[in-house]
Write a protein that binds this ligand. Sequence first.
Ligand code: 5GP
Length: 190
Amino acid sequence: MKALEDKIRAEGKILPGPVLKVSSFLNHQMDADFIMELGKEIAERFRNDGVTKILTIESSGIAIAVAAGAALHVPVLFAKKHRTSNVSGVLYQTLVHSYTHGTDYTVVVEREYLKAEDRVLIVDDFLANGKAVEGLLDLIGQAGAQAVGAGIAIEKGFQEGGEKLRASGLRVESLAIVEQMDDSGIVFRS
Ligand code: 5GP
């Protein structure tokens, strides 16, 4: 999506990690109009897949997920970070490794909101090593629901997540794929 690539080039900052900081429009301050466009584009790519629910992870995926949910007219569920891994039977839970914080955390969803008959579209802001998406797939699997794919705003194509998930058979649609980012600039996959 050219508009997203242009915005990343204009406003993105490269931090050690490597982490792409897009806090001016996506991860801290949010450009609401632009995020609605990102959500619409994700929705278009999965328009004919019978999606009944969108699943994302707290907190940075929520805005795009809501934008996609508004375009597809389906509910948006976000996996919540939970203080303890010892949770009751009303929840599905899984452990996710955080790329940006380097720690593991538990996320949960209430069982009543994820059902075996759901066709679930995963939405997130970034795809790096794929741990967040794998955690969401685990929750979908626990519910006996079906994952129809993942709609991602920014994939870091030089990390293993996209390749691994696609090799496993998951349809992954990323609006911008960064091939390389360093002092000399950002290169996108065409
Ligand atoms: P993964 O689980 O695929 O390794 O990483 C994806 C998650 O880590 C996303 O939910 C996102 O919040 C965060 N993340 C990974 N890489 C970046 C990055 O370069 N920039 C930002 N802002 N977040 C990232």
